[in-house]
Ligand binder design. Structure first.
Ligand code: PEP
Ligand code: MN
Length: 294
């Protein structure tokens, strides 16, 4: 018999992990978000696509038309870019947001764009239907809290070296402000492997689906860092039960301002999406309808 004694935790200090995001919080029911008339989660398959960054009106609007015609649900593009180097292009800022607004008006696609600085929350939320929290900001708690207060939906990317439990705790910061509109994103983690930019943790999809009612999407672009791997990683994500993808595409990736090597060629995007959706269908998911039934 062990002589070791374990003191019971004092009242009020018991750890309650991810209490709002847990699957138990909804009695096992998956959350379906409705973003600008598009459904994310709840059995549908949603694709968010667009360039890494907004470079010009031409580049952004032409990409938005191509991905809309291919049948994506939401359009992505960064106006504020969190770059590893302070000397790299940091995004067009407000000018980029204005171009995204035009893309939304022209195509009807809801906008996903990144917020990097709490001081820009109002400007970004004016245009964004979904605010992206980048991997480098996953544990920026004041930023998460402000997005929570804004009520705008948040897509939270897993940090470069964050555990899934840490990702779930970051989601709690938004949920705890009374904002239930949270999407989780697996985008690859840092490992010793150098043949890809990051290592896509495909197990994150079923693990998260077993822990949370929130939609889970995968970003194959930043995980791979290479265009040739985006299709196989996307198909793997769909087969693993992801609720969708966020993927980069550009009309002329060889001359893109950032992330050129991983961006799909826009003229090949339609063929790419058909192949991914075929796998999603095998996993029992159909593309989310454009309009949410009343
Ligand atoms: C991005 O989506 O363009 C991006 C910078 O992603 P991440 O934060 O995952 O690196
Ligand atoms: Mn990018």
């Amino acid at each position: 018999m062990s002589t070791k004694t374990t003191a019971a935790p004092a009242e009020g200090v018991r750890e309650v992990p991810y209490r709002l995001g847990s699957l138990q919080a909804t009695g096992g029911r998956e959350t379906t978000l409705e973003i600008g008339g598009r459904r994310i989660g709840g059995g549908a398959f949603a694709t968010i696509a667009g360039p890494c960054t907004v470079e010009s009106a031409d580049q952004t609007l032409s990409t938005a038309r191509i991905v809309r015609d291919a049948g994506v649900q939401l359009f992505r593009g960064g106006a504020y870019k969190p770059r590893s180097s302070p000397y790299s292009f940091q995004g067009l800022g407000q000018e980029g947001l204005d171009i995204l607004r035009r893309a939304k008006e022209e195509t009807g696609l809801p906008i996903v764009t990144e917020l990097t600085d709490v001081r820009d929350v109002e400007a970004v939320c004016e245009v964004a239907d979904v605010v992206q929290v980048g991997a480098r900001n996953m544990q920026n708690y004041p930023l998460l809290t402000e997005i929570g207060r804004s009520g705008t939906a948040a897509l939270i990317k897993r940090g470069l070296a964050a555990t899934l439990k840490e990702l779930l705790m970051s989601a709690e910061y938004v949920l705890a402000q009374g904002n239930p509109n949270v999407i989780l994103c697996e985008r690859g983690i840092r490992t010793y492997e150098t043949s890809t930019r990051f290592t896509l943790d495909i197990a994150a999809v079923p693990v998260l689906k077993g822990l949370t009612h929130l939609p889970v999407v995968v970003d194959p672009s930043h995980a791979a860092g290479r265009r040739d791997l985006v299709l196989p990683l996307s198909m793997a994500a769909a087969a693993a039960g992801a609720d969708g993808l966020i993927v980069e595409t550009h009309p002329d990736p060889d001359n893109a301002v950032c992330d050129g090597p991983q961006q799909l060629r826009a003229d090949e995007f339609g063929a790419y999406l058909r192949q991914v959706e075929a796998v999603a269908a095998l996993a029992g998911r159909v593309p989310a309808p454009v309009a949410v039934p009343a």
